[in-house]
Design a protein around this ligand. Structure first.
Ligand code: UT7
Length: 358
């Protein structure tokens, strides 16, 4: 147990509770659940997806990507899939790439997911970080349309000179995993909270102003700001810096803690379901995090409400996911059998000698 108390946490961060994944829940399972819900609400079949992007700093593995695992779980047979690593700014980066792929007309339907299981990389002996982070996922489906609206523009920024302020030191090529790295907790989050706090209060307001002016708007045109949910005091400082009332900001970190790349999609989903975002509202999504990275997207909310999936259609969708699971199991089984019969491809790319030629 670390030396802390509820009063300190609530007063200094604004966090009262958070969701912690159990042993069976991973970034991919949380992300797939959010994705299924987004597809249901948008009434879009997994087969219609051209691309799946997952923003996460707690991926399922170094590789394969968490996005590929979610693609398989959804049975999204026509989709490409990859992860984005931009820490807490990941969702804004992913949204920007997705919307540009659609604008370039190379993709039409893109699923963007922010998903994290930060509890699995927290050092539970470090009171400076272990009280902050939570787990969760949120997802959105973006689709091309001739109507004006959607993601209008984004600003993406990075300053790698601040890379040591917030990081997981070991497990990559700089410090590969070893007995020592595990003993010293180097696979866990390390943060200079005070410095990240100073950086965040500076860049949040700047990024908002930059994206609003890049879209040719003014702050008066903005209806809702969805900030990265790291600390209530950072959000309040951004509101003061922008001279905006705090009630324009979506704040739900009291119930989720800091869920990194998942925080903006979770907050936006809640805001939409609570009716705080209305058609034609101008939204700014703004984030900062490890890298250092920061960025903002300007979104004009333009969603055609779809009738909810009910009865037979819901049952059909569930059946589709069961078929996807079976298809995946059959494919893996077939691959194993093929490997046993034919052997593996030789490393130099030549066909391995046939067993019957010995
Ligand atoms: O998603 C992006 C990544 N993360 C963030 O954006 C977080 C940014 N930083 C923050 O939110 C804040 O800096 C923290 C919440 C991490 C810390 O709050 P702070 O007001 O900046 O505290 P501090 O680091 O200046 O520390 C003040 C005191 C220290 O004690 P001394 O040295 O003054 O005696 C800390 O040791 O608070 C102490 N402290 C705690 N006390 C009780 C730090 N953590 C705790 C704790 N419980 N959990």
């Amino acid at each position: 147990m670390v030396d802390t108390d509820d009063k300190w946490i609530v007063e200094r961060t604004g966090i009262s509770q958070r969701f912690i994944a159990n042993a069976e829940e991973t970034t991919a399972t949380l992300g797939a659940d959010a994705a299924r819900e987004a597809l249901d609400i948008a009434n879009i079949s997994p087969d219609d997806l051209d691309l799946i992007i997952v923003a996460t700093c707690t991926p399922e593995h170094h590789f394969p990507s968490t996005a590929s695992i979610i693609q398989d779980a959804l049975g999204a047979r026509n989709a490409g899939a990859f992860d984005i690593s931009a820490a807490c700014t990941g969702f804004v980066y992913a949204l920007s790439i997705a919307s540009q792929a659609i604008q370039a007309a190379t993709m039409n339907t893109v699923l963007v997911i922010g998903a994290e299981t930060l509890s699995k990389i927290v050092n539970w002996d470090d009171r400076g970080t272990c009280v902050l982070f939570g787990d969760g996922a949120g997802a959105f489906v973006l689709q091309g349309s001739y109507d004006p609206g959607g993601v209008r523009t984004s600003v993406l920024r990075s300053d790698g000179s601040g890379r040591d302020l917030l990081k997981v030191p070991a497990g990559g090529s700089a410090i590969p995993a070893s007995y020592d790295t595990i003993r010293d907790n180097l696979h866990c989050i390390q943060m200079n909270g005070r410095e990240v706090f100073r950086f965040a209060t500076r860049v949040m307001a700047d990024a908002c102003r930059d994206v609003v002016s890049a879209a040719g708007l003014t702050m008066e045109d903005i209806d809702v700001i969805v900030p990265h949910q790291a600390n209530k005091r950072i959000i309040e400082a951004a509101a003061r810096g922008l001279r905006l009332p705090i009630d324009k900001f979506i704040v739900n970190l009291d119930r989720y803690g800091n869920t990194s790349a998942a925080s903006i999609p979770i907050a936006l989903c809640e805001a939409v379901s609570e009716g705080r975002v209305r058609p034609n509202d101008n939204l700014v999504l703004v984030a900062f995090g490890g890298g250092l990275t920061w960025g903002a997207s300007l979104v004009t909310w333009d969603v055609t409400p779809q009738p909810p999936l009910t009865g037979l259609r819901r049952f059909r969708r569930q059946a589709l996911y069961r078929v996807a699971r079976m298809r995946s199991a059959v494919r893996r089984g077939a691959r194993a059998i093929e490997g046993t019969i034919w052997g593996s491809q030789a490393p130099d790319g030549m066909e391995p000698p046939r067993r019957d030629r010995t």
